[in-house]
Each structure stands twice: as structure tokens, then as C-alpha cells.
Design a protein around this ligand. Structure first.
Ligand SMILES: CC(C)(COP(=O)(O)OP(=O)(O)OC[C@H]1O[C@@H](n2cnc3c(N)ncnc32)[C@H](O)[C@@H]1OP(=O)(O)O)[C@@H](O)C(=O)NCCC(=O)NCCS
Length: 190
């Protein structure tokens, strides 16, 4: 019966993926993700047909200070080493508020990368005291609308023509009592 056991199909192991904070010297990763995006994905991200990242755009996107401009990069191991496959970021717009953006290379879309990038971003924003992240989206971008709805329960879409703003409340700051209870929970269960 040993041959029967050997024939049992084993599910393919997903390639390793890691998400880490992006640094101002991660320009290579920024370029790698941009290069892996189709014209359609770039249009969805920038709302314009961006063919190259200009030096001014690169400087702005790498102007990360860890508080008012924060980004995360997702890296996948493909056998030849780690490659950047996605980036998420937020930029502060007002006290407690920031605008978010996320992009994943086409080859890795639909595999949970966007979800992990946004989870890391939301957790960091919460730690820094933000209460809302806003996303400017094209209304026909079903992928990001679904992703935001799943990541941020209570997300609200405010449409404006062909675009819209999705207001995403951060989970633990939605209800101050819930937040206080969470902070006390470890002490109470000790
Ligand atoms: C939007 C984007 C970041 C999503 O990233 P992703 O890695 O493909 O998304 P994930 O695989 O993590 O999917 C998470 C959830 O989003 C939803 N989703 C993702 N792609 C979808 C699609 N094409 N249609 C409908 N829902 C989709 C699903 O609900 C999914 O949850 P599930 O796996 O439980 O079903 C990616 O498609 C992308 O980079 N698009 C181009 C750039 C862009 O549009 N950026 C947004 C501007 S702010």
C-alpha cells in the first residue's frame, strides 16, 4: 500500500512572503514594484497614465520619516532571492488623518499581498495615533474597494464623479471604551 500513499497529492507550498517597513534608501524596491505593474495597474494607482517614475516622484515617494509618511514593502522569495512585490503607504493630511495608497505587481495580485500590506499599515497608523485613513480610488477599481472593505470594517465610500474617497476608520480607535478595555485586558487576566 506504500505506493498509494506516495500518490496522494500534496498542496503546493506558497512562496515565502515578508512585509517590512520601507526605508528612504529602498529606491530599488520602489522601481522593482513599479516595473512589475501593467499600464492598467499604474493607472489605477496614480489615476493617470504614468509611464516612468520621474525623479521628483521618486523623491516624494521615498521621503519616508516614519511618522507622517510611512510605507511598507512586501518581498517574495522566488528562488533567486527576495524581490519587492508590493508597497503600501500613508501620508499625513491632518491631525489623526492620513491618505493611504497600495500597489501590488500584477504577477502577485489576488494572492493576499495587498491584505498583508494594509494590515501592517493600519497597525502602524494606529500605534502613531491616527484614527482615519482615506483612500482616493477609481470607482471601477473593484479590487481595491473590496480590499478596503475587508480590511477596514466600517469603511465608507464618498463618490465624486468617476472617483471616490474611501474613509477607513482604524479599528481600535473607533470606540475609545473598546480601546481602554483592550489595554486593561492583559492585567485583568493575569
Ligand atoms: C488593489 C490591489 C492593491 C489589491 O492587492 P491584492 O494583493 O491583489 O489583493 P489581495 O489578494 O490581498 O486581496 C484581498 C481582498 O481583496 C479583494 N480583491 C482582490 N482582488 C480583487 C478583484 N480583482 N476583484 C474583487 N475583489 C478583489 C478580495 O476580497 C480579497 O479578499 P479574499 O482573498 O478574502 O477574497 C492590487 O489589485 C493592485 O495593486 N491594483 C493596482 C493598483 C491599485 O489599484 N491601487 C489602489 C489605489 S489606492
Amino acid at each position: 500500500m506504500r505506493w498509494l500513499r506516495r500518490r496522494t497529492p500534496t498542496p503546493p507550498t506558497p512562496p515565502p512572503l515578508r512585509v517590512r517597513p520601507m526605508r528612504p534608501d529602498d529606491g530599488g524596491h520602489l522601481d522593482e514594484v513599479f516595473a512589475g505593474m501593467s499600464a492598467h495597474s499604474r493607472y489605477q494607482r496614480f489615476h493617470a497614465p504614468v509611464r516612468v517614475l520621474s525623479p521628483a516622484m521618486r523623491t516624494a515617494l521615498l521621503g519616508l520619516d516614519g511618522r507622517t509618511h510611512v510605507a511598507f514593502v512586501a518581498e517574495a522569495c522566488d528562488g533567486d532571492g527576495w524581490r519587492a512585490v508590493g508597497v503600501s503607504r500613508f501620508v499625513r493630511t491632518a491631525p489623526g488623518e492620513a491618505e493611504l495608497a497600495v500597489e501590488v505587481v500584477d504577477a502577485w495580485q489576488g494572492r493576499g499581498v495587498g491584505r498583508q500590506l494594509l494590515a501592517a499599515l493600519a497597525a502602524r497608523a494606529e500605534e502613531l495615533g491616527y484614527h482615519t485613513l482615506d483612500a482616493e480610488v477609481l470607482l471601477d477599481n473593484q479590487a481595491v474597494l473590496a480590499l478596503l472593505q475587508r480590511t477596514f470594517p466600517g469603511a465608507r465610500l464618498e463618490p465624486c464623479g468617476t472617483t471616490g474617497t474611501v474613509h477607513c476608520p482604524l479599528p481600535r480607535t473607533r470606540d475609545p471604551f473598546e480601546r481602554a478595555a483592550a489595554a486593561w485586558a492583559p492585567a485583568l487576566t493575569r
